[in-house]
Design a protein around this ligand. Structure first.
Ligand SMILES: CC(=O)N[C@H]1[C@@H](OP(=O)(O)OP(=O)(O)OC[C@H]2O[C@@H](n3ccc(=O)[nH]c3=O)[C@H](O)[C@@H]2O)O[C@H](CO)[C@@H](O)[C@@H]1O
Length: 368
């Protein structure tokens, strides 16, 4: 057996959990290149594709969340939880991690629970201003809880909390000098003004409707749009609009090179997921946020408001977006003074080293 740290990182479900996990893994590898990292995710979920694409090994648990609206579909859930805890235990006994990290999402619960039973230290990373049930339950035995917002003592033991900000993948926020490469990849004109529309890792129906309804106004203004629809909406959008609607319109299901999209854009329209916001603060471009109303405790509005009250972003409510979003985005594109103010203010809110700080905390928990 070698003497290098062994770490399991568990969680996933959406990009909001997966990408912070990858950012932590990258930082661990930077600090301790010989450390061994294993991811544990949920079978069939996005992490099973995104984690190997980032160069890490992942194992899947047969676990999912509660399915709304169907008692029948939830009947097998307790069995899946028991089976997942058992499999998590087996993975732990085989891999023998020094530390386990939980980033939230389905797989995190069984893994942290199994680690806790075996007295293996674990660290929780909570991305949002509102803690999920699993993280709350498991916080009691956690060694450290890394958070991105103030006031998290209402969910977690105060003495374990460390405010680090949300970890972001460094390559995604390194956009200097990439404008032309971004335009080239997305087959856009680098000299034309460009709006990036991103609905977070899953896409957003409201943003898609808002863009679709006013696409002709965007084209009439000779503005380009990078339109990330999300996997669930892509087919419908393409069926209605067509892939080659106009050279100013670039429609994608998912952006694998987010850095190039950020670099190509002059204004960004986005949902207000915590990870996206952490990235937006670092890339410092003018942003319009449309928080999702369908998330626990309306936490995306809280995420967005933290910026809005510092005049660091514009916010449009979900129910107003269809009518006003495109008009606001076009106005902002032409208001260079406002763009500059927003860029300057959002950059003041960046916490760029969260990944390193969290990785250092993880390594501190290694006992041998
Ligand atoms: C609907 C929902 O439940 N949303 C939650 C989810 O958001 P979601 O899963 O959208 O996650 P975030 O907005 O936090 O982060 C999205 C991540 O996906 C990346 N990305 C996005 C689109 C794309 O085409 N390519 C790409 O790489 C972004 O660069 C970013 O790293 O998790 C967040 C963090 O827990 C929460 O704050 C959100 O409320």
């Amino acid at each position: 057996m070698n003497n290098f740290p062994k770490i399991i990182i568990s969680g996933g479900g959406t990009g909001g959990h997966i990408f912070p996990a990858i950012a932590i893994a990258n930082a661990l590898k930077r600090i301790s290149p010989q450390c061994e990292i294993l991811f544990v995710g949920a079978e069939g979920k996005m992490e099973m594709e995104k984690v190997p694409a980032a160069g890490y090994e992942i194992e899947g648990l047969n676990i999912r969340g509660i399915q709304r609206g169907s008692v029948l579909k939830n009947l097998t859930l307790p069995f899946k939880v028991i089976e997942s805890v058992r499999k998590a235990g087996k993975i732990i006994e085989r891999f023998k991690p020094d530390v386990v990290v939980g980033v939230g999402g389905y797989a995190s619960g069984p893994l942290l629970y199994a680690a806790s039973k075996r007295k293996i230290p674990y660290l929780i990373q909570e991305q949002n201003s509102f803690a999920g049930v699993t993280n709350k339950l498991l916080s009691k035995n956690a060694s450290k809880i890394c958070v991105a917002f103030d006031g998290m003592e209402q969910f977690f033991p105060a003495d374990k909390i460390l405010k680090t900000g949300n970890p972001v993948r460094r390559d995604v926020v390194e956009i200097t000098g990439k404008h032309y490469a971004g335009a080239e990849l997305l087959k856009l004109n680098p000299l034309k003004k460009t709006i990036l529309v991103t609905g977070g890792s899953l896409g957003a129906g409201t943003l898609n409707k808002s863009i679709e309804k006013h696409l002709d106004e965007i084209i009439a203004s000779d503005v380009q749009v990078i339109w990330q629809t999300g996997k669930f909406y892509y087919k419908g959008v393409i069926e209605r609009i067509g892939l080659n609607y106009h050279p100013n319109v670039c429609i994608l299901e998912f952006l694998n090179k987010m850095d190039l999209a950020y670099a190509a854009a002059d204004v960004i329209v986005s949902r207000a997921g915590a990870g996206t916001i952490a990235e937006l603060c670092i890339i410092k471009k003018p942003v319009i946020l449309v928080p999702s109303p369908n998330v626990a405790e309306d936490h995306q509005t809280k995420n967005a408001m933290a910026l809005v009250k510092n005049n660091a972003a514009v916010m449009i409510k979900d129910n107003a977006a269809e009518d006003t979003l495109v008009k606001e985005a076009l106005n902002l594109l032409n208001n260079s003074e406002k763009c500059e103010t927003l860029s300057e203010n959002i950059s003041k809110m960046a916490l760029a080293d969260a990944d390193t700080i969290i990785a250092q905390q993880v390594l501190k928990l290694v006992k041998r």
